[in-house]
Design a protein around this ligand. Sequence first.
Ligand code: CP
Length: 336
Amino acid sequence: MSSKFKGKHFLTCQDWSKQELDTVFETASDLKQKFANETPTRYLQDKTLFMIFFEQSTRTRNSMEAGMTQLGGHAHDLTADKMQLSHGETPKDTAIILSRMGHGIASRNCFYGIGNEYLSEMAKNSTKPVMSLQDDIYHPFQGLADLMTIFEHLGKNTKNLKVTVSWAYADTHSKPLSVPQTQILLFPRFGIDVTVAHPKEFPLSKNIVEKAKKNAEEGGSSLKFTNDMDEAFEGAQVVIPKNWGGFGHYDVNEYLQNEDECKKEMKANLEKYKNWICDDKKIKLADKNVKLMHALPADRGNEVTDEILDDPNISIVFDEAENRLHTAKSIMSLTM
Ligand code: CP
């Protein structure tokens, strides 16, 4: 596929104009249609993508690997322990070498204060496109799939659509800030009115909130914050209840210097908010046609009840997950 995006990195949707993102969505829809019709789309025949995961993944790993196969290429599924990264080889050297051997590099590194810098260092030194599979700040592929799903279920005219991004309780692990941060940056650019709810100890990063407010101003939309989950659900047309860790409460240097103490404090704060769950009572506060979205994996019974997550009239989480494939293929075919 010839494309003006060849070689363009994909570390955050912020680096792509709205017009460029429109092309990404059109390409994703076309690929989705062709996938459904079993029409071949071998746009990356004989091309290689190197994927380096520092953390676990189901959707991201498989959307990228299956996507590369469906585009006629191949993805190497690498983890740090399989590579010399584990002996300290730098992201710079790794990127130079892999970009000489293949056609794209993709990596997930969510360590707070480290991940985005790591991926940016790779991008600076790679001659081939570098794609973020999630870092400590952004999860751009998730943002694309979220917006594509909103377009499909609520229409392409998203002006003043009411979307609530709410913190929710979970006891699995401290989830990164990158999903809600990507959503509050991206949705307002498409005219969506976003309300964010979180307990006071679980803010998003200040600099991202500032950027998101600017995006809302430019997009003619609104971005509001509250510490009250009920208030945020009132009248919402889409609700996204999801846990994120309390990283945003700390300056990066403060966190890195006192990691153990910060983690202990985050855990103690978490236990205060077990009632932050998306259940029938909360859903009744929202618009009568409200849709539930979640990047998944969901912490069932904590973030959201089974009853809501499995309600086919409300939940669109599996369409959202499937759209990870089509948006991944779109970015890969346009940039590689
Ligand atoms: N939503 C998401 O990124 O899922 P995985 O962690 O399974 O890739």
